[in-house]
Design a protein. Structure first.
Length: 413
C-alpha cells in the first residue's frame, strides 16, 4: 500500500449540488489522512493530479446478492459451494470495477465466505452481510413449489441458497442468533411475498407480528438492526411498527406509511433496476414462469414510490438486487432514479445515506479524515450527467480501495 497524494480534487459526494472547491487529499495506511489546500508529498508518495477529473468517495450498493450466479434461485441453491465461491468472487470483482467499494449482501453470503474472500487473489469490494435471510415456510426464500414435498433440512448450509426456513418464535430467535454467531452484521427478514419464489404472491405477509418482534429484538440485542424484504403498504407499515429499520424495495408504499417510516428513523432501499431487467432479460436467463407473472405487480409503481418517499422525507439508499446474468446492470439504478429525483440525492444514496444504513458513517461514503481511502476519479461531472457512472466503470479513470490502486487509466476521454 503506497502513500498517495491526490492534487486538485474537486469532491462530489451528493451533499452539495456542485463539485466542492479543489483540495489535496493525502491517503496512507488505507485511510484518508488529511485534506488541505496545498499538501506536500513525501519522498515515497505517489502523486495523482485530479485537475481534469472529479473525485468521489467509493460508491456503496446497499442491496446485492453476491452468491446469485443464476436468475433461477432454486437452481442457484443446488450449485456446489466451490462453484458458487469462485463465481461470487468474480462477480464481486466486477462490482468493484464499477466503482462500488462497499456492498451490502441481503441474503446468501456467509461469514465463512467473507473470510475466504479476504484471501482472494483479485481486489474485491468490502462486504457487509446478513448471512442467510430468515424466511417462513412458503416464504420468499422457500424455493419449493406447491408440488414439492422435499425437506428443507440443511438448506441453509449451502452457499448458493439465499435463506434459512424458520417458523415460530423459538425457531426465528435461534435462526437470528445463528446468523450473528457466524458473523452477520445485520439481520434480513423476508416479511412479504416476492417475485423470485414460487409459493408466495406479492400480497402475502411473511411471519406473524410476534415473530417479527422477536427477530427485531434479537438484532437489537447485539447492537444491530433488522432489514426486511417488503413491497405492499400493509407489509411495510407492519414492519415499521415492529421496529424494522432497513426497508427493502418498498414499491407499493403510500405517503402515510412513508411519513410513519421517516418519523421512526427508517431508511428505504429501493431496487428498481432489478424489475426492469427481470422483465426484459429474466425470461431468457431462466426466470421461472411463476416469477415472470409477478414482476409487473411491483415494477409499474416503482418510479412513483421514489417520489412518495422523497416527499415524505424518508431517506433512500442505493440498491440494485440483480441476480445472475443481470448483474452488469448494477449501475443502471442511478439513471432510473435520476428520472424523478435530483442528482445530488441520487448520488448521496450511494454515499452518505448508504453509510448511515450500514452503521458505517464516517468510514465509507465520505472523504473526511479517518474514512477508508476509497476514492474514485470520474472522467466527467456526474452532477451534469449521472450516466457517467453507468456501464462497467468506463467513466472511472481511477479506483482506489482502502488505499490500494485497483484501476488507473487517466485518459480524460
Ligand atoms: Zn434482494
Amino acid at each position: 500500500m503506497t502513500d498517495i497524494l491526490i492534487k486538485a480534487a474537486r469532491i462530489i459526494d451528493g451533499s452539495t449540488d456542485r463539485a466542492q472547491d479543489a483540495v489535496d487529499i493525502r491517503l496512507a495506511d488505507g485511510l484518508v489522512q488529511e485534506l488541505g489546500p496545498t499538501l506536500a508529498p513525501g519522498a515515497e508518495t505517489m502523486v495523482i493530479d485530479a485537475a481534469d477529473h472529479v473525485v468521489m468517495p467509493g460508491l456503496v450498493d446497499a442491496h446485492v446478492h453476491v452468491n446469485a450466479l443464476e436468475v433461477n434461485l432454486k437452481v442457484n441453491g443446488q450449485l456446489p459451494d466451490p462453484i458458487v465461491t469462485i463465481g461470487a468472487m468474480n462477480m464481486m470483482h466486477r462490482m468493484l470495477m464499477r466503482g462500488f467499494t462497499t456492498v451490502r449482501d441481503l441474503g446468501g453470503a456467509t461469514g465463512a465466505f467473507r473470510q475466504a474472500m479476504d484471501a482472494a487473489p483479485i481486489p474485491l469490494p468490502r462486504l457487509n452481510i446478513c448471512g442467510k435471510a430468515l424466511s417462513q415456510t412458503g416464504g420468499h426464500t422457500d424455493q419449493r413449489g406447491p408440488l414439492d414435498r422435499s425437506p428443507t433440512d440443511g438448506y441453509q448450509d449451502r452457499l448458493g441458497t439465499m435463506g434459512v426456513i424458520c417458523d415460530g418464535v423459538g425457531e426465528v430467535r435461534q435462526a437470528a442468533r445463528e446468523q450473528f454467531r457466524t458473523g452477520a452484521d445485520f439481520l434480513k427478514i423476508m416479511a412479504n411475498g416476492g417475485v423470485s419464489s414460487p409459493s408466495d404472491p406479492i400480497h402475502f405477509l411473511g411471519f406473524s407480528r410476534e415473530e417479527l418482534l422477536a427477530m427485531v429484538e434479537e438484532a437489537n440485542n447485539v447492537g444491530s438492526y433488522a432489514a426486511a424484504h417488503l413491497y405492499t403498504d400493509d407489509a411495510i407499515r407492519r414492519a415499521v411498527e415492529c421496529g424494522v429499520r432497513s426497508l427493502e424495495h418498498c414499491n407499493l408504499i403510500t405517503a402515510e406509511t412513508a411519513r410513519l417510516a421517516a418519523a421512526a428513523g427508517c431508511i428505504a432501499c429501493p431496487t428498481l433496476i432489478t424489475y426492469e431487467k427481470l422483465m426484459s432479460e429474466g425470461p431468457s436467463l431462466g426466470l421461472p414462469q411463476a416469477s415472470i407473472a409477478k414482476v409487473d405487480d411491483v415494477r409499474l409503481k416503482g418510479l412513483e414510490s421514489l417520489s412518495i418517499m422523497q416527499e415524505a422525507g424518508l431517506p433512500m439508499a442505493y440498491g440494485s438486487d440483480l441476480l445472475g446474468g443481470m448483474q452488469p446492470h448494477q449501475s443502471g439504478e442511478f439513471e432510473i432514479r435520476a428520472q424523478v429525483l435530483p442528482i445530488p440525492t441520487v448520488i448521496s444514496s450511494a454515499t452518505h445515506v448508504a453509510a448511515q444504513l450500514l452503521n458505517m458513517e464516517g468510514a465509507i461514503g465520505t472523504l473526511a479524515p479517518g474514512a477508508f481511502a476509497d476514492v474514485l476519479l470520474v472522467r466527467r461531472d456526474p452532477l451534469d450527467d449521472v450516466s457517467i457512472l453507468s456501464g462497467q466503470g468506463e467513466g472511472l479513470a481511477a479506483i482506489v480501495k482502502a488505499g490500494n490502486i485497483v484501476k488507473m487509466d487517466m485518459r480524460t476521454q
